[in-house]
Write a protein that binds this ligand. Structure first.
Ligand code: F6P
Length: 341
């Protein structure tokens, strides 16, 4: 079999572990040939690829990013790929395509699959917002980075009697904010799923200071927003990939808290630090398992599906199911962290 693999969308720790696992399973077990398209679907369209043998994936398990490069693809070019997909695959002699990516990539995978191409998807995103899988790799790493940042910020915040507003990634789903906020012992957590009232945060900080605690850490997801009428905060524009550009809630909230509290409040925007660097052991294992199962699925002809974690098992689920809705933080998970909301 000849298998094509690509990584698309925002990168995430663990991508290289999937690529390595796909190559190991395909080459050593089945004697397959694997090629890697460069820079996501763009490589497929433009014919940029390289052969991935065992040597090519040696030493990449712990490396962040993706050795293949990644990109987001404009809708028009994606349609182009679907229209000419069969020809493209034929021209490369590919029997199976394994795109590794988030919502956008899997939507594209579904479109290619609907156009009749043999596609097996692998979900990834630090946001953990893909329905049909309990977890995506990259999330555990991102939560670890954000948690460590909060641990560190607490000591400096305490020294200077400051409020730290830590902005983490998560446009529409607040999983990173929820879990890093809990693990990092944040005193307030703001999620996209539940508009917040800055007056509650002000009250919480004042109560802490009254109790003799001279600092506070608030964890806010980039997509969180204040409840209507509680604070001035504009909505962002939409970029060329259809994603909302946020206006910087971390900075806006720190400014607002400083103004209302009369105490120093500093924004800390963690940004792409959360996506960089080496994956945790958990993410390496999940990514490796996903790669292994993707190759198995290709050999069983289970196309139009993606790998997913259910409990502790890896299962194959229809791509159609995976991209119908985002997995957001449910109310019961918010309730568990309520004391800090
Ligand atoms: O989807 C993953 C993600 O890291 C989001 O959490 C974040 O909003 C976005 O990608 C950032 O994308 P970019 O790399 O285009 O800045």
């Amino acid at each position: 079999m000849r298998i094509g693999v690509l990584t698309a969308g925002g990168d995430c720790p663990g991508l290289n572990a999937v690529i390595r696992s796909v190559v190991h399973r395909a080459v050593t077990t089945y004697g397959d040939e694997v090629i890697g398209f460069e820079d996501g679907y763009r490589g497929l369209l433009d014919g940029h690829y390289r052969t991935l043998d065992l040597d090519a994936v040696s030493g990449i398990l712990a490396r962040g990013g993706t050795i293949l490069g990644s990109s987001r693809l404009e809708r028009d070019r994606l349609r182009e790929a679907c229209d000419s997909g069969a020809d493209i695959m034929r021209s490369f002699g590919i029997d199976a395509l394994i795109p590794i990516g988030g919502e956008g990539t899997l939507t594209a995978a579904r479109m290619l699959s609907d156009a009749g191409l043999p596609v097996v998807g692998v979900p990834k995103t630090i946001d953990n917002d893909i329905s049909s899988t309990d977890r995506t790799f990259g999330f555990d790493t991102a939560v670890g980075v954000a948690t460590e940042a909060m641990d560190r910020l607490k000591t400096t915040a305490e020294s200077h009697q400051r409020v730290m507003v830590v902005e983490v990634m998560g446009r529409h789903a607040g999983w990173i904010a929820l879990e890093s906020g809990m693990a990092g012992g944040a005193h307030g957590i703001c999620l996209p799923e539940r508009p917040f009232d800055p007056a509650h945060l002000v009250k919480m900080v004042e109560e802490r200071f009254d109790r003799g605690k001279k600092f506070a850490v608030i964890c806010v997801a980039e997509g969180a927003h204040p409840a209507e009428g509680t604070m001035d905060y504009g909505h962002g524009e939409i970029d060329q990939y259809g994603h909302e550009r946020f206006q910087g809630i971390g900075t806006a909230l720190a400014y607002e808290l400083e103004r209302r509290l009369g105490k120093e409040a500093k924004p800390v925007i963690l940004g792409h630090v959360q996506r960089g660097g080496t994956p945790t052991a958990y993410d390496r294992v999940l990514a490796t398992r996903f790669g292994w199962h993707a190759v198995e699925a290709a050999h069983q002809g289970e196309f139009g599906r993606m790998t997913a974690l259910r409990g502790t098992d890896i299962v194959m689920v229809p791509l159609a199911e995976a991209v119908t809705e985002l997995k957001t933080v449910p109310k019961d998970r918010m309730d568990e962290a309520e004391s800090v909301f």
